[in-house]
Ligand binder design. Structure first.
Ligand code: HEC
Ligand code: HEC
Length: 117
């Protein structure tokens, strides 16, 4: 009888453990998804584009679009800038907007007229 009770209580505690850890990972998953979504809305605005500029919306993980691959590099560059002083604490924080100014392809060459003097 005691053994059966022990077995039952073991089952119950295992059950509780799996449900509570399950709930925790669901919360983490949602939070991570929310963060990605927020970041994606931000970078879209900063480049003046919609999701389809970089994504095949049937498969968001796909890197078939060139702009997706470039963005992955530029996300790293932006992070690198944040890690090297552009962290928003005393001055600007690095963002896509810093260079892109609401355009997918920013103007990055100094115009020839500037170089006249
Ligand atoms: C300027 C390009 C760009 C735009 C615009 C963009 N994304 Fe992304 N997105 C990326 C890149 C690059 C990654 C991969 C990030 C990484 O690897 O860290 C990504 C990752 C994601 C992921 C995770 C995919 C996975 O499972 O690995 C989702 C979901 C997503 N984007 C949704 C969106 C939505 C929704 C929009 C529109 C609001 C959007 N993205 C706009 C470039 C973009
Ligand atoms: C330090 C400046 C700088 C930052 C910060 C920056 N970019 Fe760029 N980006 C450029 C320049 C310059 C170009 C144009 C030259 C090129 O295509 O490499 C460009 C081009 C691109 C392109 C290709 C556009 C095209 O014509 O196909 C994408 C996509 C892009 N950037 C995404 C991003 C995203 C997303 C971020 C923020 C996470 C970002 N960039 C941050 C400078 C920057």
């Amino acid at each position: 009888m005691q053994r059966t009770l022990n077995a039952i209580s073991l089952c119950i505690s295992l059950l509780l453990m799996t449900t509570s850890s399950g709930a925790e990972s669901v919360t983490k998953f949602v939070t991570k998804e929310e963060k990605i979504r927020e970041q994606m809305v931000t970078i879209s605005r900063e480049l003046g584009v919609t999701c389809t500029a970089c994504h095949n919306v049937q498969n968001f993980a796909s890197d078939e679009k060139k702009s997706f691959k470039v963005s992955r590099e530029h996300l790293k560059i932006t992070q690198m800038l944040k890690d090297n002083g552009f962290d928003g604490k005393k001055g600007p924080e690095a963002t896509c907007y810093m260079c892109h100014r609401g355009k997918l392809t920013p103007e990055y060459k100094e115009p020839a007229s500037n170089k006249a003097h």
